[in-house]
Design a protein around this ligand. Sequence first.
Ligand SMILES: Cc1cc2nc3c(=O)[nH]c(=O)nc-3n(C[C@H](O)[C@H](O)[C@H](O)COP(=O)(O)OP(=O)(O)OC[C@H]3O[C@@H](n4cnc5c(N)ncnc54)[C@H](O)[C@@H]3O)c2cc1C
Length: 282
Amino acid sequence: MSLLFRLASRFVAGERVDQAVTSVRKLNSKGMTASLDILGENVHDKTTADRAVQAYINLLDEIHAAGIDSNISVKLTMTGLDIGDDYCLDNVSRILEKARTLNNFARIDMEGSPYTERTLKVFFELHKKYPNVGAVIQAYLHRSERDIDALNAAGARVRLCKGAYREPPEVAIQKMSDIRVNYRKLAEKLLTGGVYPAIATHDSSLIKWTKQFAAERGIANDKFEFQMLYGIRKGTQEATVREGYRMRIYVPFGTHWVPYFYRRLRERKENVWFVVSNLFKG
Ligand SMILES: Cc1cc2nc3c(=O)[nH]c(=O)nc-3n(C[C@H](O)[C@H](O)[C@H](O)COP(=O)(O)OP(=O)(O)OC[C@H]3O[C@@H](n4cnc5c(N)ncnc54)[C@H](O)[C@@H]3O)c2cc1C
């Protein structure tokens, strides 16, 4: 195993599906559900995109056969968005058709802002036919309140996150304190007017706010779920379950882990510190 992958393996469940299944089994035994993500993005040729679609279809079979509690997360640029919207729509429909036969669910991850509009357009098309698909909204984007309103009106399930890409001030809020304010505003809309929202954050202040808001409004713990990333704040993940909340862990795996790994390093000094300190361990 390369040194870099050893370091990345805090955030990535492995390069193979059986390793990912083992990780999900462990999470399930601790009372957590999962969303499995096959790593990969920005595919520009049909052979690779078709292979990704088949890998997701096989993954749904693996989840079913293993009897683990996991849905899947899919990036549209991995399933052909850069090749064409209709091509991508057909590809993801194949995945959703399979998910439907197995009574499973797929989340469409949100990527950088050049893809937001097209991702949501494809999403709304998919959602007309497949209620077992959910969207992701990034709280740092100026446009997100409008998108949440449209998704709530369509009865779509939404995962709310801060947003992981570098975006310019014209499209995204830059200051963390302002992103938090917007996150709370959007979370309130989802918790009061959305369908089983996912509050995806490791941010203690937002987690605390969500718990308080839900308690004040009488929103039961099974009407929403918290979500966190594999390997980040494991103690908080487990403590949240012990408190009686639902917790789903996003579990990425596969050989294309470099962009994901670098996004994790860029967003938190704690993550860089973890990697650097491990470099000096024998
Ligand atoms: C389940 C899930 C799915 C996601 N899907 C997407 C997606 O589709 N598109 C997208 O753009 N982004 C996605 N993201 C990433 C997200 O947008 C953020 O980039 C990422 O979650 C970091 O923001 P944060 O709110 O978790 O906390 P941060 O702003 O990173 O951290 C807030 C606080 O959390 C604590 N903390 C965070 N990390 C650590 C750590 N390693 N150790 C100790 N304390 C820590 C610290 O107290 C810190 O001050 C997803 C995130 C999750 C959890």
